[in-house]
Design a protein around this ligand. Structure first.
Ligand code: ADP
Length: 221
């Protein structure tokens, strides 16, 4: 097994999601194989990542020929063609791909992909919409990542109630049920701040906790 740093990724489908994901992983230095059945897409993408192959991912023989089983993570990024999305996920599961990430268009589709055996189901449109909604709706929340349906990480302007005292003094963990994992202060980033760190005006805190606790924090403003 490859360790985290040299994991190899195969991305199937070079639509908006797949192509951006392939580029992002490539930029981070990972080896990326991109696969699309459309020859034009394959050609357009040839300079972007390590390898690009034209193949129909619903074809088991084609998947084997590519050596898909050698990849640590296979992402099914086929969006519009739901049938191909499902068939590809099923084929990958059947031949024993090690870790399958599948993209869902809606919750029923997501449930189906889970039943088929996808190791991780993502819903890019839903997640991005929620993320942007959070950003727009709240004056204090700057960014938001959902960890699970119940827990999130948010970046929030430090509530007045936290300012001019140490993390220990404001007793954030006990009082609000959240953990401060980082503090952004201008260009500085303080990761895993110690209990004696003082929060000051204009600090941005990155916190992790239940959505309930986080909502409580926002009301502090
Ligand atoms: P997005 O919504 O992320 O833009 P799209 O559905 O528009 O995704 O694009 C998906 C890509 O997947 C297209 O480039 C399409 O050619 C490719 N694709 C669809 N079906 C298959 C398949 N069976 N095998 C390989 N690639 C496929």
């Amino acid at each position: 097994k490859n360790n985290r740093n040299n994991r190899q990724f195969a991305i199937i489908g070079l639509g908006r999601f797949g192509s951006n994901m392939a580029k992002a992983l490539h930029k981070m230095g990972y080896e990326v194989l991109a696969i699309d059945k459309n020859p034009q897409k394959v050609q357009d993408f040839s300079d972007e990542v390590t390898h690009v192959i034209q193949a129909d991912s619903t074809d088991e023989a084609a998947l084997r020929a590519i050596g898909i089983l050698n990849f640590d993570v296979v992402v099914v990024a086929i969006g519009e063609d739901v049938q191909s999305n499902i068939m590809t996920t099923l084929q990958l599961k059947e031949i024993g791909a090690s870790y399958i990430v599948a993209t869902a268009r809606n919750s029923l589709h997501g449930k189906l992909l889970e039943k088929i055996g996808a190791d991780r189901v993502v819903a890019p449109e839903r997640d991005m919409a929620r993320r942007v909604a959070y950003n727009l709706a709240s004056t204090s929340v700057m960014d938001y990542i959902e960890l699970s349906p119940k827990f999130s990480i948010v970046e929030i302007t430090a509530p007045k109630a936290f300012q001019n005292q140490t993390l220990a003094e404001s007793n954030i963990r006990a009082k609000y049920g959240i953990n401060v994992v980082a503090i952004k202060r201008g260009d500085d980033l303080i990761i895993s701040p110690l209990p004696n760190e003082v929060i000051i005006n204009n600090d941005i805190v990155v916190v992790v906790g239940s959505n309930e606790s986080i909502n409580g924090l926002e009301e502090l403003e």
